[in-house]
Design a protein around this ligand. Structure first.
Ligand code: TRP
Length: 334
């Protein structure tokens, strides 16, 4: 971030919600790694957001620590981006409060993710309702102009833009409207072959699980339900094992053809997929183990990240306090 040329700033938030899986990796993390060299990138482990679902202190600490290790292992480089823990910078929550006073309740009540999570049984707390307002604060406290997100977050970004407009209407043009950068990564389906890979659906392939665990999970994946006998032709377009092969070798069309013509069976196609997944993540797993062996490393990375972004956020908060009239007037001392 010490460039002389001004690069656009990106921000994205990652919930510390559990072991990274293939869907997280292909859908988001690969993209974070690519963007860190093109942009001034800030990535936040959003533990305040996670409080809406993680309700045990030790678990929150562990999940946060693990997520930092995962992100470093897949290639985020603290010299090329800022990796922060949201709660190390409590101004995120302060700005969210200020935004709360500009946001009509009806805007957050109609957010699709709120309704979904509530209906899934996530505790219907004020925090759950307010989740997208905090997300808006995360982004614009750094005046980030671009936000790499999945399509599922589109409504949140739209709301962030509305919130910015509402604040700016009241107090003047302080914040830029952030833009979503959608990854063209396809939606990765889970081991059930029907639903999107996600922790809550229980259909994930964790990328840092040990090899035997990965073999076991892949071997149990649901394939083409109409292919009963080994000699039946398969339909690679409905078989998620075949679909996942796309990401693990140039020869995926031959592999799919093998299934279509029943030249190969599901068991061997799964074995090959498992070995390729293990192979792809092997160097990252080794790296992760090295990093984990140094007990202070994660906290040093987070401290450096916070130090790097603090001046940006403080400048923004000075403007916000000035415009809203809260806090000690500029130029006065205690
Ligand atoms: N809501 C996002 C998710 O669940 C996480 C998030 C929090 C985020 N703050 C953000 C994403 C800011 C982008 C920008 O994936």
């Amino acid at each position: 971030m010490t460039e002389t040329t001004v690069r656009e700033r990106v921000f994205s938030g990652i919930q510390p919600s559990g072991a990274s899986h293939l869907g997280n990796y292909l859908g988001a993390q690969v993209n974070y790694v690519a963007l860190q060299d093109q942009y001034e990138a800030i990535y936040g482990i959003v533990d305040y957001h996670a409080l809406t679902s993680v309700h045990e202190g030790e678990q929150m600490r562990r999940l946060t620590h693990e997520m930092v290790l995962d992100l470093l292992a897949v290639g985020l480089d603290p010299d090329h981006c800022a990796l922060i823990r949201q709660s190390d910078l409590p101004e995120h929550a302060e700005l969210a409060w200020i935004f709360n006073t500009c946001v009509p309740v009806s805007w957050v009540e109609r957010t699709p993710t709120y309704k979904e999570k509530r209906d899934e049984g996530v505790e219907n707390s004020m925090g759950l309702l307010d989740y997208p307002v905090l997300q808006a604060a995360d982004i614009v406290i750094y005046k980030a102009s671009r936000v790499p997100i999945g399509k599922d977050q589109a409504a949140h970004l739209e709301l962030s833009r509305e919130i910015v407009r509402a604040f700016n209407r009241r107090y003047g043009p302080i914040f830029p409207e952030p833009q979503a950068v959608f990854t063209d990564a396809p939606v990765v389906l889970g081991t059930d072959g029907v639903r999107k890979m996600s922790k809550s659906a229980g259909n994930t392939i964790p990328i840092f699980a040990d090899p035997d665990e990965i073999r076991r999970i892949v071997q149990k994946m649901v394939t083409d339900p109409q292919r009963i006998k080994r000699t039946d032709p398969g339909r690679p377009e409905v078989c998620n094992v075949c679909q996942l092969h796309r990401f693990f070798g140039e020869d995926y069309l031959q592999i799919q053809d093998g299934e279509r013509t029943a030249r190969t069976g599901c068991v061997e196609t799964k074995e090959l997929l498992a070995e390729r997944i293990i192979e792809r993540f092997r160097p990252m797993r080794v790296r992760r183990e090295e990093l984990a062996a140094d007990p202070g490393h994660v906290e040093r990375v987070l401290a450096a990240g916070a130090a790097k972004v603090r001046p940006i956020l403080e400048a923004t908060m000075r403007e916000v306090r000035e415009a809203t009239g809260i806090g000690r007037p500029a130029g006065t001392t205690s």
